[in-house]
Ligand binder design. Structure first.
Ligand code: FRU
Length: 431
């Protein structure tokens, strides 16, 4: 039955966020060298994830590593205008894939787009997850955000398209991905819709199988239901603040949340992800009063705990709060039922160093604690141009986190774009 789960909405409070500090070596990304390698001359990429199973384990298929990326073709081949192309990339975004024998950063081969253009119900494809269908030989479900302007309106719908993966000795390719199924949209009750919040965020589906009850759930990026600008920030949102602390009147413009939905029993096995099979349950974490964006939420099961990670920006903190661009986290001792506590007391798990505040973004923590992200831009000041930057549009060095209860520690730095798989897909994909 939908709604079985007695879950609560946990809070990322103002008091928690006041503990965020940049440049702690245990929670800070390494400095990115200005001469970082670029994966492709013809395509810019950002949000990326490994092909995985429904239990969140990254997989190889017949020995091949596969990752998906949000992508935009580089139009200006001289790259003179690359900063403008990069800034506008969301408006042409599509999902493509890379494959590699080693999973190492230097040898990813670009495979092109996944979804057939005719299957796009809306102009843009934003983030999601690429998931092997359990029990199948080679079925792949691409959960993604179908969005963009439609009839003078901005639509953003959580969607899925299904295809098949194929491999031979030389390459990996896909068939299918020729239709899109809308899964659910912002309902104004469990999360803000456009009428409530013209800047509403509703995207980045991450479906997974919950080991506690064997059901498929989906976490996704949302805003708290209610009218933007009219939220009252009370004790639930502040947490235990010092007596002299004044809540900034702008705090209520931070209304991010992480949504939770459950799929009907048996629908996953049937490959039926249609609207009628999902029930939205209301947010699992609310950042009301703290931040307006908790993007790309995803889960890690380790040592009997459930970790919930999400990416956020310096620019989306509200009131007078501050924090770096990076990945934030929450942990529950009691699975999805919660409560979730902020990692490291503050919520910050890995932020950019203050010397390079926009160096990396869209961190994804895998089941083993390896964290992959992309390079946005790094400062490359010269005497004549002190504000010069180098645009990344390529993967950052992979790092590793040790998760110890509600603490996280950066412990290893690996190659650019290195991916570690945990599971060899057992079925033999048809060639
Ligand atoms: C994170 C993000 C996602 C969204 C995508 C759009 O980097 O903002 O939330 O799906 O990028 O490019």
């Amino acid at each position: 039955m939908p709604g079985d789960l007695m879950h609560q909405t946990s809070r990322w409070t103002i008091a928690d966020a006041l503990k965020v500090h940049a440049d702690d070596p245990t929670t800070t990304m390494p400095v990115i060298a200005a001469d970082f390698p670029t994966m492709s001359e013809s395509v810019m990429i950002w949000d990326t994830g490994a092909l995985r199973d429904i239990n969140m384990n990254s997989v190889t298929v017949n020995g091949w590593h596969v990752i998906w990326s949000l992508a935009a073709d580089k139009i200006d081949l001289t790259n003179a205008n690359i900063a403008a192309e990069w800034a506008n990339r969301n408006n042409t975004a599509y999902i493509g894939f890379w494959y590699s024998k080693t999973g190492n950063g230097s040898d990813w081969i670009w495979g092109g787009r996944l979804l057939q253009k005719s299957a796009d119900l809306r102009p843009w494809e934003w983030s999601g997850n690429l998931v092997m269908r359990e029990g199948s030989e080679n079925t792949v479900d691409m959960f993604y955000t179908s969005c963009g302007p439609v009839n003078n309106d901005f639509e953003s719908v959580i969607a899925v398209s299904t295809g098949q993966i194929h491999t031979d000795d030389q390459k990996v390719w896909f068939t299918g991905f020729d239709t899109t199924v809308d899964m659910f949209d912002a309902d104004g009750v469990h999360e803000a819709n456009e009428a409530e919040d013209p800047y509403f965020d509703f995207r980045d589906p991450c479906p997974f199988l919950n080991p506690d009850d064997g059901r498929v759930y989906c976490v996704y990026e949302t805003n708290v239901a209610g009218i933007r600008g009219q939220f009252v920030i009370g004790a639930n949102e502040t947490g235990p603040i010092p007596p002299n602390y004044t809540v900034d009147p702008g705090a209520g413009y931070g209304a991010a949340s992480i949504g939770l939905a459950i799929l009907d029993d048996g629908a996953y096995e049937a490959g039926d992800f249609s609207r009628a099979r999902w029930t939205q349950l209301g947010p699992i974490v609310s950042a009301l009063g703290v931040n307006d964006q908790t993007e790309r939420p995803h889960v890690v099961f380790q040592n009997g705990k459930l970790y919930l990670f999400t990416i956020s920006h310096h620019s989306t903190y509200s009131g007078n709060l501050q924090g770096p661009d990076g990945v934030y986290g929450f942990v529950s001792d009691n699975g999805l039922a919660g409560p979730f506590r902020p990692m490291n007391a503050s919520g910050l798990v890995l932020g950019n160093p203050s010397s390079q505040p926009y160096s990396t973004y869209s961190h994804f923590v895998d089941a083993q604690g390896y964290v992959q992200s992309f390079i946005d831009h790094v400062p490359t000041p010269t005497a004549t141009d002190p504000n010069a930057v180098r645009i990344g549009a390529t993967l950052a060095p992979t790092v590793k986190l040790v998760l110890d209860d509600d603490r996280s520690y950066l412990t290893e730095i690996h190659n650019y774009g290195e991916i570690f798989a945990q599971r060899a897909w057992p079925a033999t994909a048809a060639g």
